[in-house]
Design a protein around this ligand. Structure first.
Ligand code: CRA
Length: 800
């Protein structure tokens, strides 16, 4: 733990940085100048423990973990730093003495939105946990100039604008001009001295930027190393001198494109050449970097599996397999068999989605053109695997193989190149074994393991919900932030009226705070006494925001028909972005906004039903919404949501879940007990059976009076100023196709919502359930997840 810091000392350090790092005087400083100065002052406190961690790891030759991820959705870093170093009181007082509002300064930092959703945020939670547990780890990714787009609504339609988090200086990173790797693309493979030699046609430089990641109490500080692409030469002088400025700049163009922008899709793959180049760019740079570190104190490549564990976050870094084999063969002179064996002892792969269309595939022609040497190695790895299986008397069925029908299949490649393959919830892992990886699992029955996702309680409880955290500290004692199983102490207190009151008072305060923010940003007055019902996540058909908004419309119909009905007041809140190219998701956004506008404009709904959809949902907005939520909507089609992590954050903050038996909902149900969660709908087996039998959505719509009425209203333009065409694509899809079975689950969802209403009508009972949701959440800490990876996958021992 770094030594205590007095507020006066921190104020002085901040003032010093304001003048000497930012170049401003206090009288001229803006809020962002103060925030940057404070960040520098805090960063200074991280550097010594960072150096100490690095020394410790070298001195003890600890096995290192490398987490390779295309996405790190880290949000605001000042928050992790202040929180994990325990500096909040000092920083608050220091800024106050300088005449600056601490909360405003914290919110001034732009989110680092280098990710799309769950997968990227999981990577960020894992960084926090690896540092908290004292695991020698590096995160490796891309320093995108522009993170996930900024969302706004125009007439209720989503508009996307480029995000610009680096417009202001980013105070947390250290540029490492010495850590620069040339990364090649294209060209050809020749042979020299009997060895294959790849001669790329173009080369860019990967330049390292390091961000220190302090764990809880700053005991351990790991590194997130992000790569930025730079040209090998800034421009060609010869064309420049001729006056051909465009040609002169050509070498810079590829480089600047590679790390320019995050692809804004989550579970849909991008078969684009630039995406493949991004993937190779950061994977190759990371491998060279970690191999240099390894060979700086080992001579024998055979030691790699015992000293290094590499985790591939989905298939995006799957090219690591062939790249590692290439380095060992072409640069270190090992034979193929030995190189492949080393790779298979070192690499591990996490799968995050079962949707078959989401598993990455590349045209073999593209792979051979962009990465000709890797294509040869992929063929060789695949053939070696096939031969091995034959020799073992378990020949591969035709369904297995890295190259099929002119495509390179990154899922199979990752599987055959990995020592362990894991799913992200018990259900998902089970389905992996039975569906997408069935045949590979039969060949390697010990390879697939489960590691249910988790979230860091430091950010998702301690920092975003200080009020509830204080109540928890009273009940569970200090230190639960790094030992979340201690929340179990709350269980017996669920029957204690005074304790329940304290928990609900914290919730109420958070709701008032959110209501003020909704008033200020959306211009809507909402009653903090109403039930706050939230669905916050990417907009996707399988997540079924559509089912939510259809039920909302049906509820509106019911409330208009029977104005005296005892329906508890609700505020239904949506948050989330649609991929810019995903037309159906964007149509659903428009429908939500249209239905919302209609309901909000109905005077009869005043104080009874309101719809809120603030634009540009991001990590910071999640931190506002989650502590104030009463109800958590986790209503995906069963079998589709690999895990979900928002479900865990919401339950941890005392929201009750309405959900299907999907992803980690299954484990949340098990943890909180059937009385404290609202489960409904088809399960994963029902869904696949119904699909196999031939699902007829029209029949389900016809059978449901409520759903039929809403569909008829949509078609009649009730929510769209009489324009019956506007939402036609959505309505037609629902009645004619409905792959995600909204119609089949609609009525049971309606019934579950009415059970929610009934439960809300008993405030004591609701409060009891809320406490019983928080108490068993220890198992959803990402510390538990990372201990699992350390034990079952990486074979490393956490220091703490
Ligand atoms: N979209 C899954 O869909 C899961 C996260 C993290 C996802 C979520 O259910 O919680 O990963 N899958 O494991 C994904 O990105 C490429 O697949 C997600 O975030």
């Amino acid at each position: 733990m770094p030594r205590e810091l007095a507020p006066a000392e921190l104020a002085e350090a901040t003032r010093h940085h304001l003048v000497y790092s930012i170049g401003k005087t206090p009288d001229a400083a803006k809020l962002s100048d103060w925030r940057l100065a404070l960040s520098r002052a805090i960063r200074d406190r991280i550097v010594d423990p960072w150096v100490a961690t690095t020394r410790h790891v070298y001195a003890h030759d600890l096995k290192r973990v490398y987490y390779l991820s295309m996405e790190f959705l880290i949000g605001r870093l000042i928050e992790d730093a202040v929180n994990n170093l325990g500096l909040e009181p000092a920083a608050r007082e220091a800024l106050a003495s300088l005449g600056v509002d601490f909360d405003a300064a914290m919110l001034d930092e732009p989110d680092a939105a280098l990710g799309n959703g769950g997968l990227g945020r999981l990577a960020a939670c894992f960084l926090d946990s690896m540092s908290t547990l004292g695991i020698a780890a590096h995160g490796y990714g891309i320093r995108y100039d522009h993170g996930l787009f900024r969302q706004s609504f125009r007439d209720g339609w989503q508009i996307e604008d480029a995000e610009d988090w680096l417009a202001q200086s980013h105070p947390w990173e250290f540029e490492r001009t010495e850590a620069v790797w040339p990364i090649g693309f294209g060209g050809e493979v020749t042979t020299r001295d009997g060895r294959p030699r790849w001669e790329p046609a173009e080369t860019v430089l990967a330049a390292a930027y390091d961000t220190p990641i302090p764990g809880w109490q700053g005991r351990w500080v790991n590194t997130l190393r992000l790569w930025s692409a730079k040209p090998t030469k800034i421009f060609d002088l010869e064309p420049f001198n001729r006056g051909d400025y465009m040609a002169a700049a050509a070498p810079a163009v590829l480089a600047q494109t590679i790390s320019r922008v995050l692809y804004p899709d989550d579970t849909t793959p991008q078969g684009k050449e630039l995406r493949l180049k991004q993937e190779y760019f950061f994977t190759a740079a990371s491998l060279r970097d970690l191999m240099r570190r390894f060979f700086s104190d080992h001579d024998d490549a055979g030691l790699l599996p015992s000293r290094v564990a590499i985790q591939l976050n989905d298939t995006h870094p799957a090219i690591a397999g062939p790249e590692l084999v290439r380095i060992l063969m072409d640069e270190r002179g090992l034979g193929f068999d030995e190189a492949f064996a080393i790779a298979r002892g070192t690499l591990h792969y996490t799968n995050h989605t079962l949707m078959p269309e989401a598993l990455e595939k590349w045209p073999a022609e593209l792979m051979a053109r962009v990465l000709p040497r890797h294509m040869q190695i992929i063929e060789r790895m695949d053939a070696a695997h096939a031969a091995e299986m034959r020799a073992a008397g378990r020949p591969r069925p035709d369904s297995v193989g890295c190259i099929r029908d002119g495509e390179v299949r990154m899922g199979d490649l990752s599987f055959i190149a990995a020592r362990r393959v894991n799913g992200v919830s018990a259900l998902h892992t089970d389905l992996m074994r039975r569906t997408v990886f069935r045949d590979l699992h039969a060949l390697h029955p010990d390879r697939i393991v489960n590691q249910t996702n988790g979230v860091t309680p430091r950010r998702w409880l301690r920092s975003c919900n200080p009020k509830l955290s204080a109540v928890i500290t009273e009940a569970a004692g200090e230190g639960w932030e790094a030992d979340l199983d201690r929340l179990a102490a709350l269980g017996p207190l669920a029957g204690d009226a005074a304790f329940r009151e304290r928990v609900m008072a914290a919730k109420q305060a958070n709701k008032r705070h959110l209501a003020d923010w909704i008033g200020a940003t959306c211009g809507l007055t909402v009653d903090p006494g109403a039930m706050f019902d939230v669905q916050i996540k990417r907009i996707h058909e399988y997540k079924r925001q559509l089912m939510n908004v259809l039920e909302l419309a049906a509820l509106w119909n019911e409330m208009r028909r029977d104005p005296g009905a005892p329906v508890p007041p609700r505020v239904r809140i949506f948050g989330g972005k649609a991929a810019p190219g995903y037309a159906m998701a964007k149509a659903i956004i428009k429908l939500i906004n249209d239905i919302g506008r209609t309901i909000n404009a109905d005077p009869a709904m005043k104080g009874r039903l309101a719809v809120v959809y603030p634009p540009n949902y991001n990590v910071t907005m999640a931190e506002r919404l989650i502590p104030a939520a009463d109800l958590s909507e986790q209503i995906s089609t069963a079998g589709m949501e690999a895990s979900g992590t928002g479900n865990m954050k919401l339950a941890m903050n005392g929201a009750l879940t309405i959900g299907t038996m999907d992803g980690a909902n299954v484990e949340i149900h098990e943890a909180v007990g059937a009385d404290n969660i609202f489960i409904f709908g088809l399960d994963a087996e029902d869904v696949s059976r119904l699909r196999a039998e031939g699902y007829d959505p029209g029949a389900h719509v016809a059978r449901s009076g409520r759903l039929s009425e809403v569909v008829a209203q949509i078609r009649a333009g009730v929510f769209s100023d009489g324009d019956g065409e506007r939402h036609r694509a959505v309505a037609d899809n629902l009645t004619g196709h409905d792959w995600f079975m909204v119609a089949a689950d609609f009525d049971t969802y309606w019934d579950a919502q009415r059970r929610v209403d009934a439960a809300w009508a008993d405030p004591n009972g609701w409060a009891r359930k809320a406490v019983l949701n928080i108490a068993p959440m220890g198992r959803f800490s990402s510390d538990r997840t990372i201990r699992g990876y350390a034990r079952d996958v990486w074979q490393v021992t956490p220091q703490f």
